[in-house]
Design a protein around this ligand. Structure first.
Ligand code: PEP
Ligand code: MN
Length: 263
């Protein structure tokens, strides 16, 4: 179902008027994790003003260590709803367990499946039975074929609103957190009609690389970006080192607009 052979035209995902795909660049921005009302509302307002059209923010976090901050969970979800009320930005947030699926269907606009769950086939099937757009991140060591097959799991259940997200893959290089696979963008766009976006934050793990990787992704033909923005990266409870400040995001958005014209 994800294959271009069965659908020639690009899929456009429209969430409350915010679109991704076709000629629409979807920009998702916000903190790695929701930390407090002030934090998420302040960031949401600033990214909206800079031109983001979706708000990201983790409430349930897949952390490497069980002793790291695991997210605010239900309280985090409520704060995202508050930030949506304040800004009108649709919410993108990660679902890790099928236990919360009904709650997510009720409150969330785009359900994110994280890299670590890309091959959690039960989770994929269950979100495939919802009517919510799904942001499917590429697994840490997943091939393009495996990634597309995971999209297929969702679509096979009837949900054809899938956004693919390239977020960097594991290589031998340790300077960056992951290696952004830019070539995946034109390859997947040739193979599939689904929108492909890029996460320069997790792909690099370094705020200084977010701008150059965003520019490269836009010129490689992606349909959007998901960027971590924090108002106090040094104090962030998660991924501060790869988060850009609201002001930096504003300037980045101006550059992206120019590059998107060229593309
Ligand atoms: C995230 O977007 O916060 C995240 C955990 O990303 P990934 O699943 O790509 O590591
Ligand atoms: Mn993060």
């Amino acid at each position: 179902k994800a294959n271009r052979l069965f659908k020639a035209e690009d899929t456009v995902i429209d969430v409350l008027g915010s679109k991704i795909g076709g000629s629409n660049l979807g920009i998702i921005a916000g903190p790695c994790s929701v930390e407090s009302e002030e934090q998420v509302v302040e960031i949401a307002k600033s990214v909206k003003e800079s031109g983001a059209n979706f708000l990201r923010g983790g409430a349930f976090k897949p952390r490497t260590s069980p002793y790291s901050f695991q997210g605010m969970e239900m309280e985090g979800l409520n704060l995202l709803k508050l930030a949506k009320q304040e800004t009108g930005l649709p919410i993108v947030t990660e679902l890790m367990s099928t236990d919360y699926i009904d709650k997510f269907v009720e409150d969330v606009d785009v359900i994110q499946i994280g890299a670590r769950n890309m091959q959690n086939f039960d989770l994929l099937k269950q979100v495939g039975r919802t009517n919510k757009p799904i942001l499917l991140k590429r697994g840490l060591s997943a091939t393009i074929e495996e990634w597309l097959m995971s999209a297929e799991y969702i679509m096979a259940e009837g949900n054809e609103s899938v956004i693919l997200c390239e977020r960097g893959i594991r290589t031998f290089e340790t300077y960056t957190r992951n290696t952004l696979d830019l070539s995946a963008i034109p390859i997947v766009k040739r193979l599939s009609h689904l929108p492909v976006i890029v996460d320069p934050s997790h792909a690099s793990g370094d705020w200084r690389l977010v701008e150059p990787m965003s520019k490269a992704a836009i010129l490689s033909g992606c349909d959007g970006l998901i960027i971590e923005v924090h108002n106090n990266p040094q104090k962030a409870l998660c991924d501060g080192q790869q988060s850009i400040k609201p002001n930096k995001f504003k300037f980045l958005m101006e550059k992206i607009r120019v590059l998107a014209e060229i593309e």
